[in-house]
Design a protein around this ligand. Structure first.
Ligand code: HEC
Length: 131
């Protein structure tokens, strides 16, 4: 009986703590509101001329299952089409925050960061509609 409760404890309490940290979810608030606001301004100046706001939601869908790192690398090296990699790296990550906000992924307390391979831990996935 004791052994069983220990197993239950291990299964319920410890494994989520260990496994849960491996990959961050887009539904857990991976950017801040202020960052998305800044990204919105940058988007208007640099991207709106070719992509309206509706462009990004279906794009994110096609990227499901891949990491934000890959999307970030792609957009920061190929866009704007007329001036690839023409913006500071920080600007691209702020625009990415704005793109996430357009798809209604929730904002949180910490900024999206392109350093330390942080984006590689975040997988693009469908929004959790239960929240
Ligand atoms: C001069 C026009 C132009 C500008 C400005 C521009 N893009 Fe693009 N973008 C394109 C074209 C063309 C494509 C590829 C064709 C398509 O999928 O529509 C594309 C594709 C993309 C994709 C999809 C990539 C993929 O493989 O799924 C993203 C994301 C993107 N652009 C982001 C941006 C961002 C962010 C900016 C602003 C920094 C920007 N673009 C500015 C023309 C432009």
């Amino acid at each position: 009986m004791r052994f069983l409760s220990l197993l239950v404890f291990l299964a319920c309490c410890i494994s989520p703590a260990i496994l849960g940290n491996d990959a961050r979810s887009l539904n857990s608030g991976v950017y801040t509101k202020e960052q998305a606001k800044k990204g919105a301004r940058l988007y208007k100046t640099n991207c709106l001329i070719c992509h309206d706001k509706k462009y990004f939601k279906p794009v994110l869908k096609t990227w499901e299952g891949r990491t934000l790192a890959l999307l970030y690398e792609t957009m920061s090296t190929t866009m704007p089409e007329t001036n690839p990699a023409g913006l500071p790296r920080q600007d691209y990550v702020d625009i990415l925050a704005y793109i996430l906000s357009l798809s209604k992924y929730p904002a949180g307390d910490s900024k999206l960061d392109y350093r330390n391979e942080a984006l590689g831990d975040i997988y693009i996935k469908a929004m959790d509609k239960t929240k």
